[in-house]
Design a protein around this ligand. Structure first.
Ligand SMILES: NC(=O)c1ccc[n+]([C@@H]2O[C@H](COP(=O)([O-])OP(=O)(O)OC[C@H]3O[C@@H](n4cnc5c(N)ncnc54)[C@H](OP(=O)(O)O)[C@@H]3O)[C@@H](O)[C@H]2O)c1
Length: 344
């Protein structure tokens, strides 16, 4: 499919948004480094290309680099650490995640992959150990934001007050600058807020999957918490580059995902074809439409775009420049809602 050539406005400053009440400001797009971790989720990568992609992102003003201990079982953090050697530490915002561990079988079983059994463990001692490993892995003495990656399966197994208490101590000691939580529900989110300042949550949100919109987003807006949205282009599907008959490799990151099912890809592509006039009007790509749409949902949103190639981050970086009208925003929402309704 061809949807128009990307545009680039020279000399335009990227829009910045504050991360919660942390005082940290960064532009509204971040670079996600899950794919950079490789392994059986994403397949192996050329690490030098990943490092170049991170450097290019920073050149473009995308300074929030997000990783996690579990991405590639330490490999993503290792690559981020190598990329950081070529950068001024204060020129980037680094977030990583704790609470998924595979060094022992303590905690609630989460999944197995690449020979590792991964457990959710939100105890103070375990998240402290996770942070220590992340700092060593990246060669840092602090991270800007530490997220708890997944919450207890059994509500209250580790009280949020204990986890949050440890995160606050890390912040007081200067090992982290802001506190985040990921994959929360409203009850757990309230528990965090009851203990102290949570600056950001990280949740899946694309135009085709908007669960946080109804309750988490209004709560965040009310409490001054940012929402960083992950998988905004549905892991590449909303870029329009996926053929109707594409079948994800067994065990890969897209395998079994709802919109990547064989019967659903053509329906998504049909919706995307309906936006050809928009890519023409804004002289942009479908990825730009998906990312810009995400950012327009709320000024509290930071959009987290995964990329492992320079061309991908160069494309995504242009998204916020699109002067998308409210009318077009609503039209895209209507089209997505129609597709979602037809599938349920
Ligand atoms: N907290 C959590 O539980 C959680 C869960 C998932 C993700 N995340 C975070 O969110 C980040 C983003 O999410 P995501 O990686 O799942 O999904 P995404 O951003 O929707 O998709 C990223 C993938 O789409 C493809 N792509 C990127 N830019 C493109 C472009 N301009 N044109 C065409 N294809 C493009 C690339 O895949 P190919 O190279 O294969 O084409 C890339 O790896 C992750 O990296 C991670 O940091 C967090």
């Amino acid at each position: 499919m061809s949807f128009g050539q990307p545009f680039f406005k020279k000399g335009k400053q990227m829009e910045t948004r504050e991360i919660g009440k942390s005082g940290i400001r960064t532009n509204a797009i971040g670079l996600g480094c899950w794919a950079i971790g490789g392994g059986s989720w994403w397949g192996d990568n050329d690490d030098q290309m990943s490092i170049d992609t991170i450097h290019r992102a920073v050149d473009l003003g995308i300074t929030w680099i997000d990783t996690a201990r579990v991405y590639g079982f330490g490999h993503s953090e290792e690559v981020v650490g190598k990329a950081l050697k070529g950068l001024r530490r204060d020129s980037v915002i680094i977030s990583t995640k704790c609470a998924l561990q595979w060094r022992n079988s303590e905690g609630e079983y989460h999944f197995s992959r690449d020979g590792h059994n991964v457990y959710r463990n939100l105890t103070p001692a375990s998240i402290r150990k996770d942070l220590e490993l992340s700092l060593t892995g990246m060669g840092l003495d602090y991270v800007d934001i530490l997220f708890t990656h997944w919450q207890c399966r059994e509500y209250g197994l580790v009280p949020v007050a204990e986890t949050m208490g440890e995160l606050i101590r890390m912040k007081q000691e200067g090992e982290i600058r802001a506190i985040g939580a990921s994959n929360v529900d409203i009850r757990v989110l309230q528990d965090y807020v009851d203990v102290g300042q949570l600056d950001v949550i990280q949740e899946k949100l694309s135009i085709l999957d908007r669960k946080p919109e109804a309750t988490l987003l209004p709560f965040c807006e009310e409490h001054g918490i940012s929402l960083q949205t992950y998988s905004p282009i549905e892991q590449g599907l909303l870029s329009g580059k996926i053929a109707d008959d594409y079948i994800p490799a067994g065990g890969s990151v897209r395998d079994g995902k709802f919109w990547w099912k064989q019967e659903n890809i053509p329906k998504v592509n049909q919706m995307l074809r309906g936006w050809a006039d928009l890519t023409e009007k804004y002289n942009c790509t479908l990825t730009n439409l998906a990312v810009k749409w995400n950012s327009m949902l709320s000024p509290n949103i930071h959009v987290l775009c995964g990329a492992r190639k320079i061309s991908q981050i160069e494309d995504s970086a242009r998204s916020l420049d699109i002067p998308m009208t409210q009318e077009d925003f609503l039209r895209m929402k209507h089209d997505a809602d129609t597709l979602i309704a037809a599938m349920s």
